[in-house]
Design a protein around this ligand. Structure first.
Ligand SMILES: Nc1ncnc2c1ncn2[C@@H]1O[C@H](COP(=O)(O)OP(=O)(O)OP(=O)(O)O)[C@@H](O)[C@H]1O
Ligand SMILES: [Mg+2]
Length: 534
């Protein structure tokens, strides 16, 4: 039975098919006036025609949007995964609306993004079935990847949308882990990790269109264990495009805010094409002719070295994150240390920028730095290898997860870590990870505020990359029924229940989804909540 590895990326979604030992990238075809275009990637974009409700996905969405004139009846959502993170964290979901005067700003998406994601994945499934000549609607078994630092909400929504779109999600794994598996497989000619000549560590530096992920993976035979992982959620090729566009505009004498969304999008695409050309090594200057975009200004050029100087500071935090992840991994596995034994694997489309390899090599001179030959398909390939059940792997929490509690009779706050960064996540088939805590109530209703963070300060409080998760309101007062929704306004501080400890059981499953079961032992009642923002 054929199985898929799917990399749902910010810019591009890639599917790799595995069938009886053969791996092949799924191609996607789009008919145009000039003929059929075939691509290995399915761009992660949607175009919606509001009055008819018609939708286009992938390359078709991008092409149609590029050809549209000012038309406020259309809504365009590029970089769907980036918007999914906004959605999962309760922020505005942005879409581009080509206003009647061609100058309208980005606007809030007037549709539910999770539904749109399901539609997008359904279109992906159809394209896969067409390309592989499978009957439409055939259930597609897939291993799906997500960023190492994706939060629970993102994981939950992604997994649910894949299922609703007709995929059978047989497993999920983090993107850099998938790349490490692909590299190990490549180094050992398809024999898993077996022919490596002993255990090895691979640090994956994955710089895509919208996110940066770093992980260190320990490879022993066919077993892959993530020792440490972290990332930057808002760093990728989209940012480098914007920087180049800003440089063009400042040379022309204009500002990005003065452009209408259509012109801005077209100019960004031009900036992206110029940026991608740098990798060929033959580019002397980066070029923009504003007249091609209806702007009455003379052509401008930027020196690649000047551009490199502008993006170097953006890459610095990624290099620092990689250093931290390697140090964390060394803490868990003493045989990991920056040196000839550690391979740094550069993956993701943006790793093709020559500056990336240059900066990584300069920061880790003793390590072997390998630039992937599959910048776009490495993650999907690793996922497809996992779908064969030949390899085993284990992930870790990339961040601390916990909740803020009151102490000193409500006078001070403390962070109670439920699962600390580096804690191994259970493998599929293993029982969930469990942590039990007891709490002596100081209120009639508990307001449990969950959050995750990258680092803690000297007082043990969340300090870096803090993101809140869903809150839970739980009635400690036995007179309040557990089923009725509690409200914040009813919370009063009281010592009446301080002698009736509440038991909190946290569980994390193989997808990294966390639940809490809250028990009132005094009444024998319990309720389970999934912790995410949906
Ligand atoms: N030759 C190149 N030089 C520099 N950047 C490139 C090159 N080719 C592609 N890119 C950039 O790579 C990015 C897309 O990479 P990729 O397909 O790995 O991202 P993704 O998987 O969609 O995103 P993410 O992993 O962040 O979710 C785009 O920003 C694109 O401009
Ligand atoms: Mg990617």
């Amino acid at each position: 039975m054929a199985r898929l590895g799917i990399d749902f990326g910010t810019t591009n979604t890639v599917a790799m098919m595995h069938d009886r030992g053969i791996f092949s990238v799924v191609h996607h075809a789009v008919k145009t006036g000039a003929g059929t275009i075939v691509q290995e990637v399915f761009p992660s974009s949607i175009l919606i025609h509001r009055s008819s409700g018609r939708r286009w996905y992938g390359l078709e969405a991008e092409r149609r949007f590029g050809q549209l004139g000012p038309d406020p009846d259309h809504v365009f959502v590029p970089s769907l995964k980036r918007q999914l993170r906004n959605y999962a964290e309760g922020r505005r979901v942005q879409a581009i609306v080509p206003g009647a005067d061609g100058r309208e700003e980005t606007a809030e998406l007037p549709y539910d993004l999770a539904d749109e994601l399901t539609g997008f994945l359904r279109a992906l499934a159809e394209s896969i079935c067409q390309n592989q000549r499978l009957p439409a609607g055939e259930p597609l078994e897939a291993v799906v990847t997500w960023p190492a630092n994706a939060n629970g909400a993102q994981r939950h929504i992604t997994r649910r949308s894949f299922r609703k779109a007709g995929f059978v999600v047989i497993d999920t794994l983090n993107e850099p882990t998938a790349s490490a598996i692909e590299l190990a497989d490549c180094l050992t000619a398809g024999r898993g990790g077996k022919a490596l000549g002993g255990p090895q560590a691979v640090a994956v530096f994955d710089l895509g269109g919208g996110t940066f992920d770093a992980s260190v993976v320990w490879i022993e035979d066919d077993h892959f264990e993530v020792l440490a992982a972290s990332g930057i959620e808002d760093l990728g090729g989209d940012d480098f495009d914007r920087v180049l566009l800003e440089m063009f505009l400042s040379a022309m004498g204009g500002a990005i805010e003065d452009l209408g969304p259509l012109t801005r999008y077209a100019l960004l695409r031009q900036a992206r094409a110029q940026k991608e050309a740098i990798a060929s090594g033959t580019v002397r200057s980066l070029f923009l002719n504003p007249r091609d975009f209806g702007l009455e200004r003379p052509p401008v050029t930027i020196r690649p070295a000047a551009y490199a100087d502008r993006i170097r500071p953006l890459l610095q935090p990624a290099i620092a994150t990689l250093g931290r992840v390697i140090a964390q991994a060394a803490g868990r596995q003493p045989r990991v240390a920056p040196g000839p034994g550690l391979t740094i694997y550069l993956v993701g489309g943006s790793a093709r920028l020559p500056l990336v390899a240059e900066m990584v090599s300069a920061a880790f001179p003793e390590c072997r730095v390998v630039l992937t030959d599959k910048p776009f398909t490495s993650v999907a390939m690793g996922a497809a290898i996992c779908s064969t059940e030949r390899v085993g792997y284990r992930d870790v929490f990339a961040r601390h997860f916990g909740l803020i509690r009151l102490r000193d009779h409500g006078r001070a706050e403390m962070f109670d870590t439920v699962f600390s960064a580096g804690t191994p996540v259970p493998r599929r088939g293993e029982p969930p990870l469990e942590r039990v805590a007891w709490y002596y109530p100081r209120h009639n209703i508990g307001h449990l505020k969950y959050l995750e963070c990258v680092g803690l300060d000297d007082n043990g409080m969340p300090a870096d990359g803090v993101r809140s998760w869903s809150d839970v309101l739980f009635p400690y007062d036995p007179a309040l029924p557990l089923t009725a929704p509690a409200s914040r306004e009813e919370i009063v501080s009281t010592d009446r229940f301080a002698d009736q400890p509440v038991c909190e059981i946290y569980r994390c499953d193989a997808d990294g989804v966390i639940t809490v079961e809250l028990r009132r032992p005094a009444t024998g009642e319990a309720r389970t909540y999934e912790i995410y923002r949906d």
